[in-house]
Design a binder for this molecule. Sequence first.
Ligand SMILES: Nc1ncnc2c1ncn2[C@@H]1O[C@H](COP(=O)(O)OP(=O)(O)O)[C@@H](O)[C@H]1O
Ligand SMILES: [Mg+2]
Length: 351
Amino acid sequence: MKTKLCLLYGGKSAEHQVSLQTAKAVIGALDLNKFDIYPIYITTEGSWVEGEKLTAPVDQVSELQFEGDGQSSTVAPSLISKTYDVIFPLLHGPNGEDGTVQGLLEVMNLPYVGNGVLASAAGMDKVIMKNVFAQANLPQVRYSWLTRKTWLEDKEAAYEKVEKELGYPCFVKPANLGSSVGISKCTNRKELDAAYEEAFQFDRKIIVEEGIVAKEIEVGLLGNDRPECSVIGEIIPKKDFYDYKAKYEDNSTALIIPAEISEDTQMEMKAMAVTAFQALDCSGLVRADFFLKENGELLINEINTMPGFTPFSMFPLLWKHTGVEYSLLIEKLIDLAKERYEEKQQLKYTF
Ligand SMILES: Nc1ncnc2c1ncn2[C@@H]1O[C@H](COP(=O)(O)OP(=O)(O)O)[C@@H](O)[C@H]1O
Ligand SMILES: [Mg+2]
């Protein structure tokens, strides 16, 4: 029996193009003797458009971009009548990685790859995520947060609080975005003011963090209740920090796999990553990102519930170095999705 796999990609998101690249790569890696692949393309306006069942890999991402009708989705309700075995949302950022699409799939009782509603939503909000990590006693940079309203009421007080509690340099970030969008590093009051202006364009809530000097190291996790860890990799941004351009547009970032760090640090980091995964009730996959300070201190920065997933992204590369090739990684994720779904079907809904 072949698995009927539906790929959900594109999306009303800054990472639309990245998602298309991922979809093309995933299709190319799947064994068509094992899977029937059904594409659903989400346009940049948010229309969901179904494509024909794929019978071969695609050469160009444009083959995966179907014409939308400019309306919001009519496909979503029709998903219910479809008998897909698994849905794989290849979406990043808001409207994809934040629990909204996951909620739709839950309501439809469809098995899907990756994190559920709670982990996706909590992982997308940097404030909630850090609060959960703090509760799990995971070491982090010092941080504080505020809403646009509080800031507008008294900007002076907002800046004084940050200067007193965190000092310079500090990082200002919208609470609910990824890909470094809207993030600024500030070294004085003038920059802080500009950074708030900028970040509040993207969210009504922002987080401010103490800025530190540290290595950036990352680990991949795979599993449901008891995730396994990949080898650890290091990111070396050649710019001031790892911004959107460095991530997607130029090759100014070097990935070092495995990272050259001590055995003890590796063990400590993996244990912390598993704690973070379980604290947020994650499932399927996560990339956990850490800072390693010169003095050996390890701090968790964030987890990503749908990390970059092209064959050249950190998460698949980490697993490749661990002995799990891209196509096997995809199959493992599909199995994990089925496993979680079946476990959920055992639950009682009446008593
Ligand atoms: N507190 C901090 N101290 C030093 N560098 C930071 C800090 N926070 C973020 N950075 C830099 O900015 C980049 C993006 O920040 P991050 O919190 O990972 O946002 P995103 O969710 O957009 O990836 C990091 O990879 C790192 O290079
Ligand atoms: Mg990051």
